[in-house]
Ligand binder design. Sequence first.
Ligand SMILES: [Zn+2]
Length: 290
Amino acid sequence: MSRANLKIPGAVAVTAAALAFSAHGQSIESGHEPFAPFKIGEGLYYVGASDYTSFLIVTKAGLIVIDGGDAPVGHQVLQNIRTLGFDPKNIRILLNTHEHFDHAAGLAEIKRAAAPDVKFYASAADGAIVAAGGHGDPFLKGDRFYYEAVKPDVTVKDGDKVSLGGWTLTAHITGGHTAGCTTWTFPVTVAGKVRQALDLCSASVLPGYKLGKTETYPGQTEDYRKSFAFWRSAPCEVFIASHGSFFNMKAKKAALDAGKADAFVDPAGCRNFVDRSDAHFREELKKQNP
Ligand SMILES: [Zn+2]
């Protein structure tokens, strides 16, 4: 969940206009418009929608998919995988950045279309909420945030590795936006060079989140601090994230189309995003705890 289309449950409705700009000064349009799939690096493809992302990794032992978008996007992800010439029946690993509906609601449909032995990996905190179809989130409550539940097959802890067909992805629990928000890192070859990819969960402080003395969930403020420290220390060359707006997906795709083969290699953009998000977090913390 970014700051778009959010209604604070039981409180003031946040209008689309008020949220036309995210914390990072980028406009966020409807996140689930269909978007043509494309290749980012060797074996790494974008298969998500206009803003809610999904990534496909093609290994010699089957396919890995990270995130399912919201419910309509789940179907688009499957279509995008077919458009690229791959068969969803070969999806053997399903990963998730976090339990919010805009990244987890499409997972059920993707899992149904996947290989019979597909395994869904999620963190303990967020996996429990995906297993309950969005119920149990400390902040987003109401039917519009609930979705078809998917039970994780494997629970990942910080530093756990997930391997398939020569690829290894590492899970980093980067809480704050959600308690079990998971950033995934992995090496990928882009334009002939091995690069470190980082799929950033989310660093957003949603309007209405409580920080400091009173928290949306216990430990949230410290979680954000630890996550920003991790994102600063982690190699982030191929910068990708749960929302396209976080890493300027559309502008980079245009640059890719214009011939810039390493358009998604953007360590400075990654660092900049983390710095801006941290500044917004600290500003919000200060505002709430004068
Ligand atoms: Zn979210």
